[in-house]
Design a protein around this ligand. Structure first.
Ligand code: PMP
Length: 437
């Protein structure tokens, strides 16, 4: 597969854009380096690069593109928004419509606020939790990624781990001191941390279903125990549902029937969202109980604002995306195709004698090259990075695009077909044979 245009564009980008990419996770540094693929056009489950090569897309733009590229309902909504004027600096009815949709799907949200990215949403939940509790510290879980604001770039998974910088430079030690990191799925470690720092902890933040060191489900009792322990210590619980909201069903992890815990026991105080809810346009949102959200200006003393926040185009795309997702048949399809893909990958790997762990939740799955289960970050780190890199390259050259990191998930879209999955499994079978040492 020739990618001469991608290579030329990458050389040009290196002159003008730091590292050639506007988000480090797009670089191919962890999968052998060289030029990332420059996409020109996407339609449904496919996209075409600048050299005219077609790929089946399992990146889904790191999650948002659950409907596939250029879904007509979303495209029409964006066109309409553009024709009506893209930004007013005043409220619009679209914001009410969308807030009501989110509240109806996620009952822990009394009030929401729209922002422009997952990073902003998460960052603000921490500020609000601090304002509400009058405390400073944050407990988070190793390998969970919560965007690139200062406090959460300590022991961060996803892109930072891929590039070997889980603890970013440029963050003062005084700030890092306010973050306590414990292993995911380890209730004892959380309880110990709360015993030690409990009366200083403003919030415990977690991805209720992890998407940033592969897809990882909480063990039975983990989230319920987390919520109980946090509340006993007077700390708030923040769910980062930037990936998980609307990924597994019409709602979030909080209301997902596939969770191992009782729903009522695991209601967070604050929730951060992003990705899917923007229908492919920039968005973030956060929300929670009234008395907590009343900390936010103009009602309260915690300040958060945004020139672009709640802009009509993002609202329109988000509303249109959720309108489509209201049909449960889409999630049934994602689950069915996900199961088929998982089975196919596992069988092909076994046949080739390649150790592979596939974690899957509905239409999202991860592939770790190892022969042990992956339930926390340490187990995800202890997997074969070189084998993943070789697999990534073999798949790329067969027209299958995965995220260029062993920590990132494969995301199915409602546009993928049975035939796409068959082609992917066939490609994987060849790739496994090719990377066998
Ligand atoms: N939280 C989680 C769980 C994420 O996966 C991400 C992005 N991958 C973020 C927050 C940050 O979102 P954004 O990139 O939109 O700032």
């Amino acid at each position: 597969m020739r990618r001469t245009r991608s290579e030329a564009l990458h050389q040009e980008a290196l002159q003008h854009i730091v590292g050639g990419v506007n988000s480090p996770s797009r670089s191919f540094q962890a999968v052998g380096g060289g030029a990332p693929v420059y996409m020109k056009r996407g339609q449904g489950a496919y996209f075409w690069d600048e050299d005219g090569n077609r790929y089946i897309d399992y990146l889904a733009a790191y999650g948002p593109i659950i409907l596939g590229h250029a879904h007509p309902h979303v495209t029409a909504a964006i066109k309409r928004a553009a024709e009506n004027g893209t930004l007013f600096g005043t409220p619009t009815e679209l914001e009410n419509t969308f807030a009501k949709m989110l509240k109806a799907a996620i009952p822990s949200l009394d009030k929401v606020r729209f922002v422009n990215s997952g990073t902003e949403a998460v960052m603000t939940t921490i500020r609000v939790a601090r304002a509400y509790t009058g405390r400073t510290k944050l407990i988070k879980f190793a390998g969970c990624y919560h965007g690139h604001s200062d406090l959460v770039l300590v022991a961060a998974g996803s892109g930072p781990s891929t590039l070997g910088i889980p603890d970013s430079a440029g963050i003062p030690v005084s700030i890092a001191h306010d973050v306590i990191t414990v292993p995911f799925n380890d209730l004892d470690a959380l309880r110990e941390a709360l015993e030690r720092w409990g009366d200083e902890v403003a919030a415990v933040m977690v991805e209720p279903i992890v998407g940033n060191f592969g897809m990882v489900m909480p063990k039975p009792g983990f989230l319920a125990g987390l919520c109980r322990a946090a509340r006993d210590a007077g700390a708030l619980v923040i769910y980062d549902e930037v990936i998980s909201a609307f990924r597994f069903h019409y709602g979030s992890a909080q209301t997902y029937a596939g969770m191992p815990d009782e729903h009522a026991a695991i209601e967070p105080d604050l929730t951060a969202m992003g990705k899917i809810i923007g229908g492919g346009l920039p968005i973030g949102a956060y929300g929670g109980r009234n008395e907590i959200m009343e900390q936010v200006a103009p009602l309260g003393p915690a300040y958060q604002a945004g020139t672009m926040a709640g802009n009509p185009a993002s609202m329109s795309a988000g509303i249109a995306c959720l309108e489509v997702l209201q049909d449960p048949a889409h999630y049934e399809k994602l689950d069915r195709l996900g199961a088929k893909l998982q089975r196919g990958l596992e069988e092909a790997a076994a046949e080739a004698g390649i150790p592979l762990q596939v974690n899957r939740i509905c239409g999202a799955l991860s592939t770790h090259f190892c022969d042990h289960p992956v339930t926390n970050y340490a187990e995800a780190q202890d997997t074969d990075s070189e084998m993943f890199a070789a697999f990534f390259r073999e798949m790329l050259n067969r027209g299958i695009l995965l995220a260029p990191s062993k920590y990132e998930a494969w995301f199915l879209t409602i546009a993928h077909t049975d035939e796409d999955i068959d082609v992917t499994i066939e490609a994987a079978a060849e790739a496994f044979k090719a990377i066998k040492r």
